[in-house]
Design a protein around this ligand. Structure first.
Ligand SMILES: [Zn+2]
Length: 330
């Protein structure tokens, strides 16, 4: 099962934890901050396993009772906090799973480790409930908050946590992982790695998930046709996009790469640096139809819509406006 050697990239975060464990200077609370797919859960699992390892080395031994339990997700002192609603972690969930539980001593290990995935979904009440534990944690308590943005945390929570930011992984390492571990061919691996921009999880999804590939194909099909579409076609297209609502930021990312490619064609007039190399002729045609300002306006509105959708704005309306903006600039 997972060890530090299985973590691709994030050397500085790994080093931070290894040093802290070696020096016995582990903090009570961390925020692991990085986008979806960056590898936060894998890293948290390895950190928890190594903290609890009975051998007491910075690297987990993989053989002791605790390591074996951790590998099968059965370590009673490593608690993964769950939440019922997809978009919210409630105060009750934080109370039940952390605040009211933390005073009970560890079952069999040195520490009691709470891992909270999607911690940015804690509402202010939930964060305030957690604050009490963060302010006066029992000696043995460690809380790992995994989050894709720190903007939603209360300043009081932030000030109690060590914040570790995930950085993009080198594309070369992503390509190596995809080809060596997943058997993806070189050309596809390179496309996925560049497209994912250092996000290994995203690169893996792109490489192996039929759904993501379908989303990619749908997006490209739409982008190629957009300049010839009328209002009716656009409404139809938005309806079709509806089935991807959950992956809407992926969708925005795909469109952003497309228009960045158009910008690249305008600047360099060559397919070499493009991600959508295969679509060079279409990109070239669209580049000739669009002004620099037009492309930049489209990129700006893509960014805006992405933020609005994350704030739960009506999907159909946001998308219709976006597609019209794009069309107007073509
Ligand atoms: Zn061990």
């Amino acid at each position: 099962m997972a060890n530090y050697s299985d973590i691709i990239g994030h050397e500085d975060i790994v080093k931070h934890f290894k040093n802290s464990i070696e020096l016995g200077k582990v903090s009570h609370a961390y925020i692991l901050n990085g986008e979806k797919g960056a590898g936060k859960r894998t890293l948290a699992a390895v950190v928890a396993k190594s903290l609890q390892c009975e051998a007491g080395e910075p690297d987990p031994c993989g053989k002791c009772h605790s390591c074996i339990q951790a590998d099968s997700n059965n370590q009673p002192d490593i608690i993964w906090v769950k939440h019922e609603k997809p978009s919210l972690i409630s105060v009750d969930e934080i109370r039940e799973q952390i605040v009211n539980d933390v005073d009970l001593k560890p079952y069999s290990s040195r520490y009691k480790i709470y891992i909270v995935p999607d911690a940015q979904l804690m509402n202010p009440q939930a964060q305030n409930a957690l604050l009490k534990t963060l302010e006066e944690p029992p000696e043995y308590a460690i809380i790992l908050l995994l989050a894709n943005s720190i903007g939603k945390f209360l300043p009081t929570v932030l000030s109690r946590c060590t914040i570790l930011n995930f950085k993009p992984v080198e594309p070369l390492h992503v390509v190596e992982y995809l080809t060596n571990n997943l058997g993806v061919d070189q050309a596809k691996a390179r496309f996925c790695a560049e497209f994912a921009q250092g996000n290994l999880g995203k690169a893996i999804r792109l490489a192996i998930s039929p759904e993501y590939n379908e989303l990619l194909e749908d997006s490209v099909r739409l982008l190629k046709r957009l300049s010839d579409m009328d209002m009716e076609d656009i409404i139809e297209a938005v309806k079709n996009l509806g089935k991807y609502k959950l992956d809407v930021t992926d969708y925005m990312d795909i469109m952003m790469v497309w228009f960045r490619d158009i910008l690249m064609v305008k600047i360099s007039n060559s397919p070499n640096k493009l991600l959508f190399k295969d679509e060079y002729s279409v990109l070239k045609k669209q580049a000739s139809m669009m002004s620099y300002e037009g492309v930049e306006e489209v990129l700006r509105s893509l960014n805006k819509v992405k933020i609005r959708l994350e704030a739960n704005v009506n999907f159909d309306i946001a998308m219709e406006l976006l597609l019209l903006t794009i069309k107007d600039n073509m």
